[in-house]
Design a protein around this ligand. Sequence first.
Ligand SMILES: C[S@@+](CC[C@H](N)C(=O)[O-])C[C@H]1O[C@@H](n2cnc3c(N)ncnc32)[C@H](O)[C@@H]1O
Length: 496
Amino acid sequence: MSGTEDTAESLSEVTFDNSCEPGNEDSNPGISTKDNVITIGATVPTGFELTAADEVQEKLGSKARISKDRGKIYFEIPVTSLPQVHQLRSIDNLFVVVQEFKDYVFKETKEEALKDLEDLAKKLPWTDPLEVWRLNTSLKKRKNRRKKSGQQFNTKKDKLKDDGSGEGTVDKKLHNVLESAQVQDSENGDGMEPPDEDEQSDSKEESPSSGEQESGDCKKSEIGTEQLKFRVTCNRAGDKHSFKSNEAARDFGGAVQDFFQWKADMTNFDVEVLLNIHNNEVVVGIALTEESLHRRNITHFGPTTLRSTLAYGMLRLCDPQPADVIVDPMCGTGAIPIEGAAEWSNCYHLAGDNNPQAIKRTANNISSLLKQSKGCASAGKPIDSIQWDICNLPLRTGSVDVIVTDMPFGKRIGSKKKNWDLYPSCLMEMSRICRPRTGRAVLLTQDKKCFAKALSKMGHLWRKSQTVWVNVGGLHAAVYLLRRSAEKFEETKSHW
Ligand SMILES: C[S@@+](CC[C@H](N)C(=O)[O-])C[C@H]1O[C@@H](n2cnc3c(N)ncnc32)[C@H](O)[C@@H]1O
């Protein structure tokens, strides 16, 4: 029996406690206790929700729902698939859903609406999502420790951080099996990276803890006796709420604190409770990632390093095929080709830039990745980097299958004025190197006007087949999928 099968079999024996199910019929609890299915929420780059849903379907066999709240998807998985969820390439942050309310009715006055949120906190089915959080914490601890020591873990020594005995409602065996699954999983070199500065949220202010509170929904003894530190983060969208996000986080958080007797700590917390409010949709979750997964590949950052999750979405748009030659001619720190080499190792990836500093960073990022994967069967990565000018590439005509690049927006790199010359020249050179009829290009830019003008003069060489609107560091940008026409490139000057 393989390690994965073994894990699945052991996990299927685990029984979640269902004593905390609320009687609210309008809402979906985060866990179906019948078959240990959990609901996972994931934040993804806005615009790439469908791509993320496709990845979930392909890799986990689950159909994901795309939230009305942009940049989020939800899907159900068996708890056995928790390690694989962390391997998804299009996911920024993960949480386990405690409960969803599709049509939550907020009272009109601020006081009443906030009082309802307080009451809600005490009624939610916390037990099973907290067990998922515990499992997840043990997975992450294993991963981090393995990253630090570079050695195989001793599963006997590692106990769950619950009541000190390692026993909760989930069988101890489960943890050992999950841990060994994690050992395999961490060999892929997928790490936890620095936090996402782009993300905005409101956090609860610290409030004094009050006396013990008994409620019908959840037995605190089952959560564990240790005093955890927590914070509540409220993300709210919609203009019909009578309260602010920080007020919701504060009052909801106060009730969570009273209920569990946890200590509020805004920076050094164990549990992050998420209160996501989008118009009249409310989703309560528990974060499973402390830091966004999007910087997994990069150790040497530049001024415009692209999120790996966005890079993945761009690469996936052009559907790489085995043996494709994929080029990023303006690679910066190499986020796109490095993600490409990690996920599509059966293609050859080439990264170039005219800035020597960028090439140095790319080379350092590639070498960090190679160090991480040392000891694996596929230690080498099919990737090279080179300094060049996009307007005169040292590549043969028609030799490239796919071009994926993040063009200078003319803000932090270059200028809008320079783009008027750069964009037509680089589109022309791209059409030269790209294979007629089958070649594709996926190009990201915020300078949409300049891009549209340049493309309009090259309709005989490129056909725009898709546009994805994305948010890059708060800027409204576009990702264009272009297909190379069958027309041969007219050689006007000598090329490679
Ligand atoms: C938006 S940045 C790319 C950022 C990159 N995706 C990353 O993750 O770091 C655009 C890059 O285009 C490069 N560039 C600008 N003009 C160029 C040219 N003529 N030839 C090659 N690269 C160029 C810049 O040096 C810059 O690194």
